[in-house]
Design a protein around this ligand. Structure first.
Ligand SMILES: [Zn+2]
Length: 148
């Protein structure tokens, strides 16, 4: 499809303002990969296609990518260097520091009996505890042998 010089200029202005290279109007490929720069939400607000999703085999012609740029699809991945409004928004919101990771330590809780039971499960050799345990004269199960 041949386009006039005026349309071409207008289109080039548009796509360059959207972040595309000046040469894109001449060097575009018939098929390109577009990346989402904003989350696509369903009507109830759940993310159906998050930012960064690659859409392959999209038409690469300038008027098509220009239309898609208006809804957050670009031929490059979203990044901190990207100047589109969605990346700008995300970069200005994103905390610069990683949140501190909480280290989970094993804890015992509950009544004394429950704590002993929990400890017994984690510590070996602690199974002989009980009212009959004397430390000697026990059988394998840890209880006094019956002499009857
Ligand atoms: Zn972007």
């Amino acid at each position: 499809m041949a386009i006039g010089t005026k349309e071409r200029t207008v289109l080039r202005d548009e796509i360059t303002s959207q972040g595309y290279a000046w040469e894109y109007i001449d060097e575009w490929q018939p098929k390109t990969t577009l990346y989402r720069h904003c989350d696509q939400l369903s009507q109830d607000g759940t993310v159906v296609s998050p930012a960064g999703t690659a859409l392959r085999n999209m038409p690469g012609n300038p008027d098509f990518v220009s239309k898609k740029a208006k809804i957050g699809l670009f031929a490059w991945k979203p990044s901190e260097a990207c100047t589109c409004r969605w990346c700008n928004e995300r970069n200005s919101q994103a905390p610069k520091e990683e949140p501190e990771q909480e280290v989970e330590e094993p804890t015992f809780s509950g009544t004394a009996t429950e704590v002993l039971t929990q400890m017994g499960k984690t510590k070996k050799g602690n199974r002989k505890m009980g009212p009959h345990f004397t430390g000697r004269g026990t059988n394998e199960s840890g209880f006094l042998q019956s002499d009857s």
